[in-house]
Design a binder for this molecule. Structure first.
Ligand SMILES: Nc1ncnc2c1ncn2[C@@H]1O[C@H](COP(=O)(O)OP(=O)(O)OP(=O)(O)O)[C@@H](O)[C@H]1O
Ligand SMILES: [Mg+2]
Length: 340
């Protein structure tokens, strides 16, 4: 116990647009929370994670509920750092007196400036050494793809703020594409649809709930419906409308089309040898967006490839990073990970 406390611990951190996950070396996932923090005027934390998410759109004037991440990167440095500090405290709970080392994933399309922001924030939050890893690589490990082999695999990670498509071979990314689209854009599209079609304003939280309940990426035969409460934009009075899955299909079609086109255009740039492997192995779909009903079918139709959805899409990356930490010296060499 004593030695445990003075040895530096290794953590893995997936600081996502929607969710933050932290894996602690021998304990597995110890933080699994929405990336939201609520602070008051004195910059004190009022709520964190799930508690803060419930406050979004409902705060009194002296409290701000903030999502510091946008499009896969840090959008609000100060609150991102506060949030990270709090999540790290939650993860470590006094289990170590020395600062931990961290494996942190970043989108593959990230700029040097954005990378530095992640590095600085994580360090300021109390980490002494950082190894950055590209998200598609961590996802591929999490899905147990044969990434060390010379055969090609393709990973599609649809998160809250970004969609990452990457073709991997011999432990590295060969071709990739990162688009700033994801679950958040789907929620915003539902919001726009309801405003245009029914003149009703419901807020981002309810739009996400509609997506989870009846959202679909393909037109369906047996439609589900849902009644939605909101404020009528013309009368200003609260009212209820009944919406159906195929209406949400229409609302989501542009964003879904954008995800599918990211997959297509990555395949078009893939060297023919690796493309031939992918015809055999199919497309590996992960990230919370993979849970959208019919997204696998939409990609399969457009690419003529088989699509395999990860068993636990919200955990693929953190589980991959956990596997990497469990055999760190080997993976460090394989992925050429350097501390900073
Ligand atoms: N059943 C579901 N159907 C559709 N979307 C879902 C479902 N479950 C979760 N999502 C969506 O998945 C997204 C979150 O996924 P994930 O946790 O992978 O994102 P993230 O890692 O935080 O974001 P990013 O990687 O873009 O920074 C949210 O937009 C959420 O609404
Ligand atoms: Mg993610």
């Amino acid at each position: 116990m004593f030695f445990r406390k003075i040895l530096p611990r290794y953590i893995a951190l997936d600081l996502g647009t929607t969710n933050t996950l932290i894996h602690l070396d021998d304990q597995g996932v110890v933080v699994d929370e929405p990336s939201v923090i609520a602070i008051n005027e004195l910059k004190q934390i009022e709520a964190l994670g799930a508690g803060a998410k419930r406050m979004l759109g409902r705060t009194p004037p002296n409290i701000r509920a903030v999502r510091p991440m946008k499009d896969g990167v840090i959008a609000d440095y100060q609150t991102a750092e506060l949030m990270l500090k709090a999540f790290l405290r939650m993860a470590l709970q006094g289990s170590s007196v020395v600062k931990p080392r961290a494996l942190v994933c970043v989108p593959s399309g990230i700029t040097e400036v954005e990378k530095r922001a992640v590095r600085d924030s994580v360090k300021n939050a109390g980490v002494r050494e950082i190894f950055l890893i590209e998200e598609p690589i961590a996802a591929a490990v999490g899905m147990q793809l044969p990434i060390e082999a010379s055969s090609g695999s393709i990973v599609v990670d649809v998160g809250g703020g970004t969609t990452e498509v990457a073709v991997l071979s011999l432990g590295d990314v060969v071709v990739s594409q990162s688009r700033k689209i994801g679950g958040d854009d789907m929620d915003a599209a539902i919001d726009r649809y309801l405003k245009n079609r029914y003149s009703i304003f419901v807020g981002e939280q309810i739009c996400e709930r509609i997506k989870l309940a009846i959202g679909t990426a393909v037109r369906v035969e047996d439609e589900q419906s849902m009644s939605v409460k909101g404020r009528n934009m013309i009368s200003g009075i609260p009212n209820t409308v009944e919406i159906t899955s195929n209406e949400i299909y229409e609302a989501l079609s542009e964003t879904v089309g954008n995800v599918v086109s990211a997959v297509r255009s990555t395949l078009e740039r893939t060297p023919p040898e690796l493309a031939a492997d992918i015809v055999e192995s199919g497309v590996n779909l992960t990230g919370g967006g993979a849970l959208l009903s019919g997204l696998d079918t939409a990609i399969a139709r457009e690419t003529n490839l088989e699509v395999r959805r990860a068993p636990r899409p919200l955990y693929t990356i953190i589980e991959g990073m956990g596997l990497i930490l469990a055999d760190f010296s080997r993976y460090k060499k394989l992925f050429n990970l350097r501390p900073s």
